[in-house]
Design a binder for this molecule. Structure first.
Ligand SMILES: [Ca+2]
Length: 573
């Protein structure tokens, strides 16, 4: 007679075989193979199946689109971005700063402040594509402000979404191309910038200055205003972000979220409502510390002055001071919006479980060295604020080592208690060692191939050194420890030839610059042709259209009114 153990064993084997068949079917239906995925993914997808192998009542397979209940709640992540916010002038980076940012200053005091954080490219779209993907611009074709960002490049949003996070973007990300989501489940607003290829740079016609290039009107028309395009965008961005948080605690409180809130201020035009402009009526607005005459500019800066239409057109001190005051006011505006987000987090009981990260896409020269906007590797244009606020996890502190915003992807994945897929390309390195007070990396690689350049303009930042290289320009080598304002180019100094040669050898080993130059030209030519064709005939916009289902908003007769009021109220009565 068969033993009870044997009977149960046979029964279990049958169930396992049946389960295997169902898994195969599940895989076939969804076109995926969970057994080939990484350990973290397996945890996510096998959750209902692991129990199923010993349970005769198999639960139906969960579609990958459905949120899965988390065994342990991963921390929420609120990633806040500002556009064109120069780190060196902010109060958490400069003791004598007159810029008023009480909310961000509090986050800095309670958080970890990265004192030497850089963008991977000092321009909007290339910097952002690299930030979200953790890969350098040359690796993903992020050459300029109209570069196509391919839908198959994994972003931190893809990673966190796979881990069970709700992923959303409110505001700007300047994605170009037909995919406007790149892993975010939803975008709560449209983008302030066009999604098409219209802003492609043209190295075939270097002397032509396109009408869409920056010009000096942002500075010449600086001052207070009541309402602007940028205010329209950021007011909506913050409103939708706060609404997302209210919806989260009412509808999906058990699921972690990664909400990216990306404002366009303090980007030029330099104008802001009087409420913020007047914060500086009694302040002494400092003029640029080191103006450099146009005749003494480096080669790339000379090209930039022509690109921004400032060549041979001196500006008055009043123009410069008014523009800087407006910019400071815009920084205070961003701070006030951060204050609104923090209040909502607190009101919703989310403050303790949410890691807040603040950073940006590049800086602004603001008249320093006689330059404006970005597009160069000098500190004002390339250094960004970076603050990680999670006092229950990381002690407040300051990190002197140089890091990049491309380090955020592996950092976010590790904060979500997972690991990146080691088989996929990645240039970013996790900031966790720095956050935990251990020794982390101290290196930033930068690439620029857009407005004002005629060949790739590369940057290596390591230890005290910043090295800037372009095939056609004189090299620049600065020691930022002894020369933080980058006034002494050491590349021609006899004492520094060994350091220079080391960097030149590194550039040669790191990049195939002729091949990259050709790839940039090919991309520009492709996009010019495609864009020109797509502007003819029937137009189909790639701009993101946020969908609002009004049939499910407010009071509707298919929802019981008592029930509706109860569900909409937080906390529930
Ligand atoms: Ca930007």
């Amino acid at each position: 007679m068969e033993s009870l153990d044997g009977f149960l064993c046979a029964k279990a084997n049958n169930l396992m075989a049946a389960t295997e068949r169902r898994i195969e079917l599940f895989e076939k239906c969804l076109g995926l193979r969970w057994r080939e995925r990484g350990a973290e993914d397996k945890g996510l997808f096998t959750h209902p199946w692991v129990g199923a192998t010993i349970c005769p009542c198999l639960p139906p397979p969960l579609p990958i689109e459905s949120p899965l209940p988390m065994a342990t709640q991963r921390p929420h992540i609120l990633f806040i971005m500002a556009d064109q916010m120069a780190a060196p002038i902010l109060p958490m980076y400069q003791a004598q700063s007159v810029v008023k940012m009480p909310h961000l200053s509090r986050l800095a005091a309670e958080g970890v402040v990265f004192e030497s954080a850089y963008c991977p490219s000092p321009l909007c779209a290339p910097s952002r594509f690299s930030l979200v993907s953790g890969q350098l611009p040359s690796k993903i074709g992020a050459y300029d402000n109209a570069a196509d960002f391919a839908a198959d490049i994994p972003t931190y949003a893809h990673y966190l979404r796979s881990l069970g996070y709700r992923t959303a973007l409110s505001g700007k990300m300047h994605f170009c191309g037909p995919d406007q989501l790149h892993g975010y489940e939803e975008r709560l607003t449209s983008d302030i910038y066009p999604a098409d290829y219209g802003w492609a740079v043209n190295w075939d016609e270097l002397e032509v200055r396109p009408s869409w290039y920056h010009n000096m009107s942002s500075v010449l028309q600086a001052g207070p205003s009541v309402r602007t395009n940028q205010l329209d965008h950021d007011e909506e961005t913050i409103f939708k972000a706060r609404q997302y948080l209210y919806d989260h605690v009412r509808n999906t409180p058990d699921q972690p979220f990664c909400l990216t809130v990306s404002m366009t201020h303090p980007h030029d035009p330099y104008t802001i409502p009087a409420e913020f402009y007047d914060l500086y009526s009694d302040a002494e607005i400092p003029m640029p510390a080191h103006p450099i005459a146009q005749a003494e500019q480096d080669v790339h800066s000379t090209r930039l002055l022509k690109v921004i239409d400032l060549w041979d057109k001196p500006m008055t001190e009043g123009d410069i001071r008014r523009a800087r005051r407006s910019y400071f006011g815009s920084c205070s505006y961003v701070d006030s919006k951060i204050g609104e987000l923090l209040k909502t987090l607190k009101d919703c009981g989310l403050a303790d479980d949410t890691i807040i990260v603040f950073s940006g896409d590049h800086g602004d020269m603001l008249g320093e060295r006689g330059l404006w906007y970005k597009m160069h590797w000098f500190e004002m244009a390339a250094r960004v604020p970076m603050i990680v606020h999670a006092p229950s996890r990381f002690k407040p502190g300051r990190v002197a080592a140089s890091v990049s915003t491309i380090d955020l992807l592996p950092t976010f994945v590790e904060l979500a208690e997972s690991q990146v897929d080691a088989r996929l390309p990645l240039d970013g390195r996790s900031l966790l060692p720095h956050l935990q007070g251990a020794c982390g990396h101290d290196e930033v690689i930068g690439e620029y191939m857009a407005e004002g350049s005629k060949t790739p303009l590369m940057m290596i930042r390591r230890g005290p050194w910043k090295f800037i290289y372009s095939k056609d320009d004189l090299c620049m080598l600065f020691n930022l420890q002894s020369d933080p304002d980058e006034l002494k180019n050491l590349a021609q100094e006899a004492d520094h030839q060994e350091t220079l040669e080391g960097f030149l050898a590194e550039v040669a080993a790191r990049w195939d610059l002729p091949a990259l130059h050709q790839a940039v030209l090919n991309s520009q030519r492709r996009r010019r042709l495609v864009y020109s064709a797509l502007t003819k005939g029937k137009l189909t916009s790639w701009d993101h259209q946020p969908f609002v289902d009004a049939s499910q908003q407010y009071m509707r007769n298919h929802i019981d009114l008592d029930d509706l009021e109860r569900r909409a109220r937080y906390p529930k009565p």
